[in-house]
Design a protein around this ligand. Structure first.
Ligand code: ADP
Length: 364
């Protein structure tokens, strides 16, 4: 390629790049300014050329921690910085900016390249997400919990005797409300973990009684699909440091999925064995399995594999994301071993709480 054609290509790239770009010289004066930069800043190229970049962007970054100076100092690209600029008409605008500096032989700035894009839409989405979380936290969670409480009272006969049909109907409503509560909690956990706000109340705990209670609670659901649900505990288990309520949700989510996605008449086993760093709780099913290309996605929020399992199975795609988030917040890991047509094994690897081992005594 001749140097003239290389220059032509570079000019074209700068001009047509769907991202704002400008180049500055050693005195931070703008020597190149593309069309996308004109659009975002409101500065026409002709007027921007020759000005100091801080005068054009008027960003807080320019005075506080100029990314170009940082790039010169550490010799690296400054990636994806959030910044607020002031456009030519004085309007504030959120941008995401990356910078790279070329230094001369003495390590001083020779040229700097700034690439940025308008972050208004992203900021708007972030605000919407915050509003949605607050909607779930206050406006949905509370009324659902209150409705559940009143249903319990009705079912306990506190508003008078009920006939069998009424009990059946109310129990169905209660089940659906529990499911809704589960979705809301999963959503909130993921949001809290993403923003580093999930508080765990960790205590040393015996896994045996917790697992027995959870498995017992799923017996009816499993029996409806003629699924054999069994728990296999080793003779002794180390104590684990867990938030029992959250861990209950993790194991319950995995057993619920194992039953939900299994075919009628299959088997679901909950097996505890000793791993390298601590106990491993494995939930193994004989369901449809999960294809290798799906395995890396199923822990993402809202990700679902359409029509996996026995026909249409209702869900939100939040369960496994919450499982992963909660287990990782405990310092543990979740692993999946699965082959399509041969079932799935989800393994929850928990860190050991202390070296003390407890015999598997009676339930608490
Ligand atoms: P949901 O069950 O609400 O769809 P999850 O996050 O719990 O959401 O699961 C994500 C997806 O992973 C499910 O839609 C399903 O396709 C797949 N999946 C989860 N557990 C199993 C399982 N035990 N067997 C087969 N597929 C599963």
């Amino acid at each position: 390629m001749t140097s003239t054609s290389r220059e032509k290509i570079c000019d074209l790239v700068i001009k047509e790049l769907p991202m704002a770009l400008f180049i500055v010289d050693d005195r931070l004066r703008i020597i190149e300014f593309n069309a996308a930069a004109e659009e975002i800043t409101g500065w026409p190229r002709k007027e921007a050329l020759g000005r100091r970049c801080a005068d054009v962007l008027a960003s807080s970054l320019c005075t506080e921690q100029c990314p170009l100076r940082e790039s010169v100092e550490n010799g690296r690209v400054c990636r994806e910085r959030d910044a607020l600029i002031r456009t030519r008409s004085g309007q504030k605008k959120a941008i995401i900016l990356s910078s790279v500096a070329l230094a001369d032989g003495d390590g001083a700035l020779e040229y700097g390249i700034e690439l940025f894009r308008d972050a208004t839409a992203i900021k708007k989405l972030e605000t919407q997400k915050k509003n949605l979380i607050s909607l779930f936290t206050h406006d949905l969670k509370v009324p659902v919990a209150i409705a559940g409480g009143f249903l319990d009272r009705l079912l306990q006969g506190k508003a008078g005797p009920l006939n069998d049909k009424q009990v059946r109907y109310l129990e169905s409503i209660r089940r659906e409300i529990r499911r809704l509560e589960g979705y809301i909690l999963s959503f909130l956990d993921i949001a809290r973990i993403e923003s580093g706000r999930l508080e765990l109340h960790v205590e040393p705990y015996d896994l045996g009684p917790l697992l027995r209670e959870i498995v017992e609670g799923f017996k009816v659901q499993a029996a409806k699909k003629r699924i054999r649900l069994s728990l296999h505990l080793p003779p002794s288990l180390p104590t684990v440091a867990i938030d029992a309520l959250q861990m209950n949700r993790v194991i319950s989510n995995l057993i619920d999925n194992a039953i939900k996605y299994s075919y009628e008449g299959g088997s679901v086993e909950v097996i505890v064995h000793e791993g390298e760093g601590g106990p491993v709780v494995e939930i193994r099913d004989e369901g449809p399995g999960i294809a290798p290309e799906e395995q890396e996605h199923i822990f993402d929020s809202f990700y679902r594999i359409p029509e996996n399992g026995a026909g249409h199975v209702a869900g939100t795609g939040l369960g496994l994301a919450a499982v992963k988030a909660i287990v990782e917040a405990h310092g543990g890991k979740v692993r999946l071993a699965s082959e399509p047509g041969r079932g799935s094994s989800f393994m929850v690897m928990l860190p050991r709480a202390a070296e003390s081992r407890k015999e598997n005594g009676p339930d608490r």
